[in-house]
Design a binder for this molecule. Structure first.
Ligand code: SF4
Length: 528
């Protein structure tokens, strides 16, 4: 069986490591299930120098090194791949995750050390790669869902890998391969709610893959059935992202059994649902999923005692609190109250903007009124709503910023908005790719290396405002200062007549506004 080393790249260096990488932990469990010998070097958790990565490379006779993550890990992965290849010239270096799926051909060009990359969902593709490595067969040209190197060393994409239809077949992630007590439990607390802030042993869980909404800034990278592989004009395969969806969620039984296991094994006191959107999943189940989940959570003894007894949360509370993401247009008070009763402490709401035009164009299925109502409805349930606000939308104007500030003042929300950022894989990225490349002097890779968590400005997709103005507007929204906004608009005067749009939308092969979805696998395909 193959000796497999997974590497979790460093991400968000400005913050402590808070999240066990769910995808890597799941793939590690799948590889172990298949009998492979698995180790993890969690570079993000340990935050050690490059010399430690070299020592890890030397530590065993690895057959496969697997590395992957979101695009924001690109800088680390690039350097790590150089080191791995130098230390282990014969190892099969496999890449995957969002950074690879969003631009597989570019990554194969920028990182010549990678042998094969997994595009989209890896649950079937990665075990197939390991089986082939075990058999000494390194021809991946017939393996679906990969980019491999042809005889000339050029990256070639194979056909699309079908999504698995039933995600309950997945094992639980291999949490034991990660430094829980040393790193992750120490960083359990966050500021979003009292229960989250007092958490001492938090673990992330995932209940679903998908979301029916089509927010232009969001990316799913094949996990929602949104990805195809098609031929370009030159006859080469490339990824195409769509509005197609394969909505899949775990059964409440799977989730509750997993959390019970986490409680019994690691004594967790908090579970963070990293699902894209709990409410869109609930809507997909016609409003049954969350209610059943909460009922089972309570029936199986996971309900926090503070909620059971109707008393304030304190250090004597026992049970498992939790949080997730909600949607301003899809929640309702009845479900929220049940969720609160089961221990939900806070929900993140991507409110984004309070401007009608921006909300109409965003694809979120919400509007300023629903946004405003959502705060009140969520607070009534006892759950804390955590609003997320963005500025720098393509249509951003003085009026749209004003609408957002007026609403924030009315609702009593203070926030420092994020900047609209065209992350690879999102509709914005492909629509504005040419403008992004222009803004980075023709160097797309420089943009990828520059990406952070959208609290920092990178490529601008706003048609009216440049980075300089958006930085000022961010401050003005933060201070909710309508006087400064009025002054800025007065100064702007007739500037529209002489300024050039900062970003210009263009059609892209890589994004199709259609509902064509990734095929779903048959049971035989999943088993084989
Ligand atoms: S609702 Fe959330 S998860 Fe769904 S597309 Fe929009 S941003 Fe993405």
């Amino acid at each position: 069986m193959a000796k497999v080393l997974f590497i979790n790249p460093v991400v968000r260096e400005e913050d402590v490591p808070r999240h066990i990488p769910y995808g890597i932990a799941l793939l590690a469990a799948i590889a172990q299930r298949d009998g492979h010998l698995v180790q993890v070097y969690d570079a993000n958790a340990w935050r050690q120098g490059w010399d430690v990565l070299e020592q890890v490379c030397d530590a065993d006779d690895w057959d496969v090194v697997a590395i992957g993550g979101l695009t924001t890990t690109y800088r680390y992965i690039k350097k790590a791949c150089r080191i791995i290849r130098a230390k282990l010239p014969k190892v099969r270096l496999v890449a995957g995750g969002g950074f690879f799926t969003s631009m597989p051909l570019e990554i194969m060009e920028w990182m010549p050390q990678i042998d094969v990359g997994v595009v989209g969902e890896a649950f079937v593709t990665f075990p197939e790669i390991l089986r082939k490595v075990d058999a000494g067969d390194f021809d991946f040209s017939n393996t679906l869902g990969v980019a491999y190197r042809n005889a000339q060393g050029k990256g070639v994409l194979t056909g699309v890998r079908p999504n698995i239809p039933d995600i309950d077949v997945l094992p639980w992630p291999a949490w034991d391969l990660f430094p829980l007590d040393e790193i992750y439990f120490k960083n359990s607390a966050n500021l979003f709610s009292e229960e989250a802030f007092t958490s001492k042993r938090r673990i992330d869980v995932n209940g679903s893959f998908g979301c029916r909404m089509v927010c232009r800034y969001c990316w799913h990278l094949g996990t929602t059935g949104d990805m195809l592989i098609e031929k370009t004009d030159s006859g080469a395969n490339d990824v195409v992202f769509t509005y197609g969806r394969n909505i899949r969620y775990h059964s409440p039984r799977y989730i509750v059994d997993m959390v019970k296991h986490l409680k019994q094994t690691y004594d967790i006191d908090y579970a963070s649902f990293i699902d894209e959107n709990l409410m869109t999943m609930d809507a997909a189940s016609r409003g049954t999923w969350l209610k059943e989940l909460c009922a089972l959570w309570i029936a199986e003894g996971l309900q926090p005692t503070c909620r059971r007894d109707g008393v304030p949360h304190d250090e004597h509370c026992r049970g498992v609190h939790w949080n997730g993401t909600s949607h301003a247009g899809l929640h309702n008070l009845e479900t929220l109250r049940i969720m609160h009763q089961a221990g939900c402490s806070h929900l993140v709401y991507g409110l984004e903007s309070f401007d009608p035009l921006i909300m109409k164009n965003l694809g979120k299925g919400s509007n300023p009124q629903k946004n405003a109502d959502s705060v009140d409805i969520c607070l009534q349930s006892g759950i804390k709503p955590i609003p997320n606000i963005i500025i720098g939308f393509p249509e951003e104007s003085f009026d749209s910023v004003r609408n957002t500030i007026v609403a924030l003042k009315k609702l009593g929300i203070t926030c420092k908005p994020h900047f609209a950022t065209p992350y690879p894989g999102s509709e914005w990225y492909y629509t504005y790719k040419d403008s992004i490349i222009e803004q980075y002097d023709g160097n797309l890779e420089a943009f990828i290396e520059d990406l952070g968590d959208a609290s920092k400005i990178s490529a601008v997709i706003c048609h009216k405002f440049s980075a300089m103005e958006l930085l000022g507007l961010q401050q003005i929204v933060h201070q909710k200062d309508l006087r400064l906004l009025d002054q800025a608009e007065k100064h702007w005067a007739t500037a529209d007549q002489v300024t050039h749009p900062v970003a210009v939308p263009r059609q892209s092969f890589n994004f199709q506004r259609s509902t064509a979805a990734t095929p779903l696998a048959t049971t035989d395909e999943v088993a084989s």
